[in-house]
Design a protein around this ligand. Structure first.
Ligand SMILES: [Zn+2]
Length: 222
């Protein structure tokens, strides 16, 4: 099955990988990649190089742009630089017609508003790590947006998150591990997330997995 968002893959899934090290000269495509996304994560905007991003996307016609966005987790204020880097990358995705993986920790409303400016030009959006209540779902749907559910779902006490996961329209749902090199050993596999999701949604597990995989293909434009 397809892991809709991670930074390194595990051996049991095909993954949509946003490598964090593509910017440093000797980049080699990681193993297990179903698709690669290149972008400047909002935590690392000082290192953004617009020309290099364009070049990587030209060299990789199947690649998308991500993970990009805004963040209020590390700091309450969003810097001007963050906003410039985010819109620069959205413009590139729009010009090159690439799907986008979005990050919007503690500022999803602002990220949705920014994405709306590119609603027609960017083919699809993945709202990764999305945990806001369901109020933004109609806007996300209108953007050809997908929402990926992560390992937080495995926590029996995550009542609000489970409620959100039960509400997202089936044709917008994806699952993600958000695995990084540092967390690889302890991150649950997406199959475990899918299993709990199937229980919450009261759907047969195999059926749900085939829906999730076809959603991932639609997100990638296959
Ligand atoms: Zn991530």
């Amino acid at each position: 099955m397809i892991d809709a968002h991670c930074h390194v893959a595990d051996s049991s899934s095909q993954a949509i990988i946003c490598p964090l090290n593509w910017n440093n000269g000797d980049f080699k495509p990681p193993e297990g990649a179903r698709a690669l996304f290149f972008g400047c994560h909002p935590w690392y905007v000082d290192s953004y190089d617009e020309e290099h991003l364009r070049q990587m996307l030209e060299e990789n016609p199947g690649a998308g742009v991500g993970e990009i966005g805004l963040d209020r987790l590390k700091s309450k204020e969003i810097s001007a630089r963050s906003r410039v880097v985010f819109s620069s990358q959205l413009q590139i995705a729009a010009l090159m017609k690439r799907p986008v993986v979005l990050h919007g920790a503690k500022c999803w409303g602002e990220v949705v508003n920014e994405a709306k400016r590119y609603a027609q030009a960017i083919p699809a959006f993945l709202f990764h790590g999305f945990s806001r209540s369901g109020g933004l779902l109609p806007d996300i749907k209108a953007l050809n947006g997908f929402v990926s559910i992560g390992p937080a779902l495995l926590n029996d006490h995550a009542v609000n998150y489970r409620e959100l996961a039960s509400k997202i329209p089936l044709d917008m749902l994806l699952v993600e591990s958000d695995r990084t090199l540092e967390t690889a050993a302890v991150t649950p596999k997406v199959i475990e997330v899918a299993r709990v999701l199937a229980r919450i949604r009261n759907i047969d597990e195999e059926k749900l997995i085939s829906i999730l995989d076809s959603n991932a293909q639609r997100f990638l434009g296959d």
